[in-house]
Design a protein around this ligand. Structure first.
Ligand SMILES: [Zn+2]
Length: 270
């Protein structure tokens, strides 16, 4: 904004709440509170050796973390239970996804405030929540404009995004580039001397390349990683979880960008 509109910005530091009567009152009260002994534990209470339980299960670890974990799990359960996430009602599919790491990657980096990143983040959230204005969604949202005759932008036959016959060459291009990207990233990060052919074979063997399999690589757009992929990376990049997470983020960004530029934007131009 500053750059586009050539704004002149002058930063002036103002001392917070200076000479504000109410603020002085609050400061005084806070000071008083700090001096007061607010939590009193009776000695007799310490004699009781009790355990906190949740649903008849004793909480053995930090109760605050347990409560946070339960809250998170309930939220995810609620989200996956929505009609739009019907696909996850298949236990076989749920088992293929490494939820622990996938959910960890779902956290949005709040320090990342670049406009371009924000734009991509928005796109990503829309994908995760099935909110992209696809043909299927538009028909639901705007019944008066989109009637039954609206079909795929490319072939006008069906309602699909990845499987369209007309974009199979683009798909192949994306998959080919993605496989190469995976091999290269493994080579770059792994400190061991690797046999390139062996790594290529391992990448090729992943089930996710087949769009007809239960879990395919398009799930990566929703931050959902398969055990198979995570295990493959762990096999070569054994350093630590932080590095692994960073690589997984890179992989996801790559596929989202490919999808955005080569399929989504191309589709919307038609
Ligand atoms: Zn089509």
């Amino acid at each position: 904004m500053i750059r586009i509109y050539h704004f002149n910005i002058k930063l002036v530091k103002i001392k917070a709440h200076s000479n504000n009567e109410n603020n002085k009152k609050v400061d005084k009260l806070a000071k008083l509170g700090m001096e007061k002994e607010t939590l009193i534990i009776e000695d007799t209470l310490l004699l009781h050796n009790s355990t906190i339980c949740w649903q008849d299960m004793p909480v053995k670890y930090n109760p605050i973390l347990i409560i946070k974990g339960i809250k998170n799990a309930q939220f995810i359960d609620e989200f996956l239970g929505l009609n739009r996430n019907e696909i996850y009602k298949q236990p076989e599919l749920l088992e293929l996804i490494d939820w622990k790491i996938s959910l960890k990657l779902n956290c949005i980096d709040q320090h990342n405030t670049l406009f371009e990143n924000h734009f991509l983040q928005l796109f990503r959230i829309k994908i995760c929540c099935n909110e992209l204005p696809t043909c299927v969604n538009l028909k639901k949202w705007k019944l008066d404009i989109y009637d039954e005759s609206w079909k795929c932008n490319f072939c006008s036959i069906e309602e699909h995004l990845w499987r369209c016959d007309k974009i199979q060459n683009v798909m192949q291009y994306i998959v080919k580039g993605f496989k190469l990207f995976l091999v290269n990233i493994i080579f770059e990060i792994s400190k061991n001397d690797l046999d390139r052919h062996q790594v290529e074979c391992k990448v090729e063997e992943l089930d996710m390349w087949d769009l007809n399999s239960l879990y395919d690589f398009t799930f990566l757009l929703k931050n959902q990683l398969s055990h198979q992929l995570v295990d493959l990376l762990k096999l070569y990049i054994i350093t630590n979880t932080k590095v692994l997470e960073k690589i997984l983020k890179l992989i996801i960004s790559k596929i989202i960008l490919d999808f955005k530029i080569l399929i989504w934007e191309y589709r919307n131009e038609l």
